[in-house]
Design a protein around this ligand. Structure first.
Ligand code: PLP
Length: 405
């Protein structure tokens, strides 16, 4: 089937916008992606027809809302091929998922234990471990990044010790686009008896994810980066860990029985979902998974790859262009600097031409330090970006180059 990008674009009203009188070219999909009409309609449907608190009411619309939320859980379970819906925990996003694991699984760790991270982690996969380390003396061992943005697996293997309790690693780098050899990393960690948490925020929007094949112990991602509503995330966790782990937050929904003497907790996954969940957006996330599935994640990936390859080749022709992250098989994320120009100036000039790119450290300051820079400009593609937009981006770079270099 032909990839009809123009038809897909009609599903995203925001793409018709102009900025400074120029058509919007949205290239900040790594930070958040735009949302198709069907998902917004699903939100509207929840508000207008089914809004009632979930898991509590005997009345019909409460049961409808509950069924819609739980249907999404079932759909997420099949989408990522988890073994059971009880392994799917709804969170506010990747950040909350990782904090949940740091706080709850982290309670099993002791002074002197170690966690292996990589130098390309987002702050969301660094700071929760440092917070844990401020309560206990936890050592963070960091896998360095090679000049092309890939990881050295020998270095990774060398970091294991008898005190290693967890590997916490991103599947795809939000700065470099590197797709880490996650299966090999999980397999090796398991051979050493160490569980693995994967930050999948930048992987799930671009590739097939299979929890049972990958066998990771935890896997976190965010709806808003996969064309879904903001404020919803998923933490996949293996049932055998989740059963053992203490609750993350206390409150309604997560209990079985409360008395002042003793409280018992709800079954999985509810033990980890204290308080009223964002049932409206969770229900709508279901429409988002249907939308992606109808196009096909492989078709999306192939489309983005074409844009990545063409754009990278054109950028390389611009004298003074510095691209960060050139590992083979990388995702459609291009971090760059134009000569010594400040990333912020480049971003501002591109915005004046209607092109939305991200500038700064991308919540990866340790990576910036390793690269010896303060920040980059980052262009990233999504399912609706076109060759014409890539051309407009390249033309804009040519136009601003004489002003910056
Ligand atoms: N991890 C990575 C690799 C990311 O790119 C991001 C967001 O950019 C996050 C974690 C945090 O995601 P969220 O802000 O949705 O919790």
């Amino acid at each position: 089937m032909r990839y009809d990008v123009e038809a897909l674009r009609r599903d995203f009203p925001i793409l018709d916008r102009t900025v400074y009188g120029k058509p919007l070219v949205y290239l900040d999909n790594t930070a958040t992606s735009q949302t198709p009409r069907v998902v917004v309609e699903a939100i509207e449907n929840m508000y207008f027809n089914h809004k009632a608190n979930v898991h509590r009411g005997v009345f019909s619309i409460s049961q409808e809302a509950t069924d819609m939320m739980e249907a999404t859980r079932g759909k997420v379970c099949s989408y990522i091929n988890a073994a059971s819906p009880s392994e799917i925990i709804f969170t506010r996003g990747t950040t909350e998922g990782i904090n949940l694991v740091a706080s709850s699984f982290g309670s099993f760790m002791e002074n002197g234990d170690e966690i292996i991270l990589t130098a390309m982690e987002h702050h969301a996969n660094i700071v929760p471990w440092q917070l844990l380390g401020s309560r206990k003396r936890i050592g963070l061992r960091v896998v360095p990044v090679r000049p092309d943005g890939s990881l050295d697996l020998d270095q990774y293997r060398n970091l294991f010790s008898e005190r290693t309790r967890l590997v916490a690693v991103c599947h795809v780098s939000n700065v470099l686009g590197t797709v880490n050899p996650i299966q090999e990393m999980v397999d090796y960690a398991h051979s050493m008896g160490v569980p693995v948490l994967v930050d999948g925020a930048q992987a799930v929007p671009h590739m097939t994810i299979d929890m049972q094949a990958l066998d990771a112990d935890f896997y976190a991602f965010s709806s808003h980066k996969m064309y879904g509503p903001a404020g919803v995330g998923i933490l996949y966790g293996k049932e055998r860990w989740l059963e053992k782990m203490p609750p993350y937050q206390g409150g309604g929904e997560m209990i079985s029985h409360v008395s002042f003497k003793k409280t018992t907790y709800a079954e999985l996954p509810f033990k980890f979902e204290a308080g009223t969940p964002d049932f409206v957006d969770i229900a709508a996330f279901s429409a988002c998974l249907d939308y992606i599935s109808a196009i096909g994640i492989d078709a999306i990936e192939a489309h983005e790859r074409e844009l990545l390859e063409w754009t990278t080749a054109e950028m390389e022709k611009i004298p003074g262009m510095r691209i960060f992250g050139t590992a083979p098989g990388k995702c459609a994320v291009i971090s760059f600097l134009m000569g010594d120009a400040h990333h912020y100036d480049t971003g501002m000039l591109l915005d004046k031409l209607g092109i939305a790119v991200r500038t700064g450290h991308h919540c990866a300051q340790p990576l910036m330090e390793a690269l010896g820079i303060e920040g980059t400009v980052r262009a990233s593609f999504g399912l609706y970006n076109t060759k014409a937009e890539a051309e407009a981006f390249i033309a804009a770079l040519h136009r601003i180059a004489p002003m910056l270099m």
